[in-house]
Unconditional design. Structure first.
Length: 159
């Protein structure tokens, strides 16, 4: 598999999963206050990354925001956020193992390989992306979205 194809698969899989996850988030940090505010802000941020050509230069921030939402999730959806966060962490670790920073992905798509990158490990990333489309992850995202709508009044799946 060509490296540009791997990067494209990574980008599209991450964008689709993370947008769906945040579009299926919910909670109520401190009884629906802080968590709901964070969720609302992050919905707007993730919405700005949607489309067929996501801005990979913001992937570090995507990861950070996903981790923060998982850390601040209310008890009702904490396990679901842990599932999503685990999938995100798997991707982060695989990129790190390959010597790739998320900010390197855009350059990689254009054929620019960063110094020290292990392309064979990067090619091994594609199978790990399957975790992002597992039923566990999609079910967790759906429960988060339902909770966000019920608890926060936020429809994460609406644009």
């Amino acid at each position: 598999m060509r490296i540009s194809r791997v990067i494209g698969v990574v980008a599209l899989s991450l964008a689709a999963t993370l947008l769906a996850a945040c579009g299926s988030d919910d909670s109520a940090g401190s009884a629906s206050g802080d968590y709901c505010e964070q969720l609302k802000a992050d919905k707007a941020f993730f919405g700005g990354l949607s489309g067929s050509d996501p801005d990979l230069s913001q992937l570090d921030e995507v990861f950070q925001r996903m981790h923060e939402l998982a850390d601040n999730a209310p008890d009702e959806v904490a396990a679901d956020w842990k599932t999503l966060d685990g999938a995100v962490t798997t991707i982060e670790n695989a990129l790190d193992d390959a010597g790739i920073k998320p900010s390197d992905l855009a350059a990689l798509q254009n054929g620019q390989v960063p110094p020290g990158a292990d392309l064979s490990k990067l090619q091994e990333l594609a199978p790990k992306l399957e975790a992002l489309s597992s039923s566990d992850v999609s079910d967790a995202a759906n429960r988060i979205a339902s909770n966000a709508k019920d608890t926060c009044g936020i429809d994460l799946q609406a644009s």
